[in-house]
Design a binder for this molecule. Structure first.
Ligand code: F6P
Length: 420
């Protein structure tokens, strides 16, 4: 009998993480001689620890196919840090207990840097604790900060949403600027990496187009230079539109807007920098403003997903299963760029040990000399990632998304587990 597989989603969800789930489940279904059932973890690794597994074999082929165009995490996600083997053997003993009980021999973990740390730790179960399991990470993060892979699924769609939104809002403010609003500020995600903010710059085709200013987390916020740049745009183009990354810091290294909350990984919860920046402009330059915090809208916006992103998310899920069937442990499939124009890519693979906990920031040569824009090299890198549309089906004017049944697998263990 072939072993069953465990699949889970982890970290911040995206518009296309379910496309990867679709790739994993459909591919596993094509190899019934190699992989038994695919059990999904309810809320990521927590589902494994608490023996809360979802039987994906109860879902129809049509519903699994519909995951490809459905945003969010269909099985629930988590921010949960698995400790090191030495620190908390009890967590690993529990994972083995659950995996044994359900005959799980494959582990697929779909997430960003923190999540690939979990994948890597689980991959050591085979080597360090003698439990035979093949563990493959499936990349995902809107922040685009995983190393080795050319880009990360989820990013292309956020990039497209941000570029489209700032283009449209810039048209709006340009119309109003003569007698009303002169400044529009849009805040985007990305944590410590400025990739999402950089994508906003794709909206501008010439200097006078918005956005005129991008604020990156990689560049220390300089109030004086920033205000001069805003003033220049208003005086020369009539208005100024700005994309600000949630992770922008001042010279003391403090986030301009930090809520004071932290997640399980110790990351500061960010958000709310747009009103801070807008107020500063009003106070110092007197311009009327509007601001928006794109927040979850940007990473949930499946209706405007990039086709390259959807295709890659699916292909990476599929490749993860193929790697596992080929017996590769502790690896993660990657996107390898072959050419920009026409955009061509293929699937490669990386060792989880090299991926876990590494954050890929924007390189210096991607940020313009004044620190408020992107270079031609950056544009060349970003452009293909937003290419193509992959609209979901619509009904009654709304996208038709699937909600799975998510039937639980009957528990086999007498023991329960309390999360630490
Ligand atoms: O990790 C991806 C991300 O979308 C970041 O850009 C953002 O800061 C964070 O997740 C928000 O996390 P949460 O949804 O847990 O508040």
């Amino acid at each position: 009998m072939p072993k069953n597989a465990f699949y889970a989603q982890s970290g911040g969800v995206t518009a296309v993480i379910n496309a990867s789930a679709c790739g994993v489940i459909e591919t596993a279904r094509q190899h019934p001689d190699k992989i038994g059932k695919v059990y999904a973890g309810r809320n990521g690794i927590i589902g494994a620890l608490t023996e809360d597994l979802i039987d994906t074999s109860q879902e129809s082929d049509a519903d699994i196919a519909a995951l490809r165009h459905t945003p969010s995490g269909a099985f629930g996600s988590c921010r949960f840090k698995l400790k090191g083997l030495e620190e908390s053997k009890v967590e690993y003993d529990r994972l083995i207990e659950v995996f044994k009980a359900h005959d799980i021999g494959f582990f697929f973990y779909n997430g960003g840097g923190d999540s690939q740390d979990t994948s890597y730790k689980v991959s050591q179960l085979a080597e360090k604790m003698g439990y035979p399991i093949t563990c493959v990470g499936v990349p995902k993060t809107v922040d685009n900060d995983l190393p080795i892979t050319d880009n990360c699924p989820g990013f292309g769609s956020v990039a497209k949403y941000v570029a489209v939104s700032i283009k449209e809002a810039s048209f709006d403010v340009a119309s109003m600027a003569k007698t009303s609003t002169k400044v529009f500020v849009m805040e985007v995600m990305g944590r410590h990496a400025g990739w999402i903010a950089a994508a906003g710059a794709l909206a501008a085709e010439k200097e006078s187009d918005g956005p005129h200013v991008i604020l990156f987390p990689e560049i220390v916020f300089n109030e004086e230079k920033f205000l001069a740049k805003v003033k220049y745009a208003v005086e020369n183009y009539g208005f100024c539109s700005i994309v600000v990354s949630e992770g922008v810091r001042n010279a003391d290294g403090k986030f301009l807007a930090e809520t004071g909350l932290r997640d399980a990984f110790g990351h500061a919860q960010l958000g709310g920098v747009a009103p801070v920046v807008a107020n500063l402009i009003k106070e110092k330059l007197g311009y009327k403003y509007h601001w928006a915090v794109a927040d979850y809208l940007q990473r949930a916006a499946r209706h405007i997903s990039s086709k390259s992103d959807v295709d890659q998310a699916y292909a990476l899920g599929k490749a993860a299963v193929e790697l596992a069937i080929a017996g590769k442990n502790a690896v993660m499939p990657t996107v390898v760029r072959l050419s920009n124009n026409p955009y061509k890519w293929e699937i490669g693979s990386a060792n989880l040990a090299d991926v876990a906990n590494v954050e890929k920031m924007m390189p210096k040569e991607y940020i313009s000399e004044d620190g408020f824009g992107i270079t031609a090299a950056c544009r060349e890198y970003l452009q293909p990632l937003i290419l193509g549309e992959d609209y979901p089906p619509y009904q009654n004017g709304l996208p038709q998304y699937v909600q799975l049944k998510n039937v639980g697998v009957p528990k086999k263990l007498q023991t329960t587990y309390t999360l630490k």
